[in-house]
Each structure stands twice: as C-alpha cells, then as structure tokens.
Design a protein around this ligand. Structure first.
Ligand code: FES
Length: 165
C-alpha cells in the first residue's frame, strides 16, 4: 500500500489525496495507537505533512492537534515542508565529526544557501544531518539519495552536487 500511496502523490488530485487519507485513517480504525502508521501513510500520500494534513489527522482521529504535531516534530523522518528532489545527508557521527564533517556541512550550507532541514528554492536539494551512515572508516561521509560519498573534502562538493543538477 505504501508504494501505491507514494505513486498516488504524483498523480492524484487534491480531493483524491484527501479521500485516500480519510480511507487510511478509517483502515487504521481511527485508533490513537496507530497514529505513527497513519502519519507515515499521510506523508507517502502528500510527500510531506503540511499543517492542514495534520489538522485532518487530528480531527478525524479525535486527537489534540498538539499531540499530532508533537509526534511529527519528534521523529526526524517526518517533514512538514516539501522535500527537494535530492536529499543530501551529512554525517555528523563521531568519526565524521572529528575528521571534518562540520566543515563539510558548513560548505554545503554555503553552496546550497540553506540550513539543515531546509530545501533549496528550486526544490533540487534538501539538507539533513545524520548520526552515522556506515562509512566511519572513510570519514567524513555524505549521502545523496542513499549513495554514500566517502572522504569528502569541502572542495569536492560542487562536483558531487553537479551530478544531480
Ligand atoms: S560516523 Fe560518519 S559514517 Fe559513521
């Protein structure tokens, strides 16, 4: 169902997306214990979780808006803003941090002109920070759309990003 919902976000009209969200909420029995699953599905349908979607979830599940928005802000995989076409994740785990991960992050902030959690104006890139992406021996590491780049020097970043533009 997740794949179908993700495809739906590209093809469905706003009314169809809303109907699908209501069906999901119904399928999960409007049960508070299913809130995280419902939010996952809502994000698959819309691509992100804007305030009006959170309001719908809160109203239809008879939950306070603050509870729903609190869950969304607690888990980093939920986003209230549209993501870019490419997700850039800078590792700031211990190995990467001590080997220059912070400089890589600062360089990406400059190049993309955005901060962590933001998306470039052309919707090309979103910038995130991770704790470890499994390349500690070749730190600092950056992942773009799941492809891991190792021993990344700030001076290499423009060339790496250029592959995605
Ligand atoms: S700490 Fe960066 S890849 Fe593990």
């Amino acid at each position: 169902m997740g794949t179908a919902a993700a495809c739906a976000s590209l093809t469905e009209t706003p009314d169809q997306r809303r109907d699908l969200l209501l069906t999901v909420i119904e399928d999960y029995h409007r049960d508070r214990s299913n809130l995280i699953q419902v939010l996952h599905m809502a994000q698959a349908i819309y691509g992100h979780l804007p305030e009006d979607v959170l309001c719908t979830v809160a109203r239809e599940m008879a939950l306070p808006f603050s509870e729903v928005s609190g869950v969304v802000s607690f888990y980093s995989y939920f986003t209230t803003r549209p993501r870019g076409r490419h997700t850039v994740q800078v590792c700031l785990g211990t190995a990467c941090y001590v080997r220059g991960g912070k400089k890589v992050l600062d360089a990406l902030r400059d190049i993309l002109a955005i901060d962590v959690g933001q998306t470039t104006a052309d919707q090309a890139f979103s910038l995130e920070v991770k704790r470890c992406i499994g390349a500690c021996g070749l730190a600092p590491a950056v992942a773009i759309d799941g492809t891991v780049y190792r021993r990344v020097a700030p001076g290499k970043l423009k060339a790496i990003l250029g592959k995605y533009e």
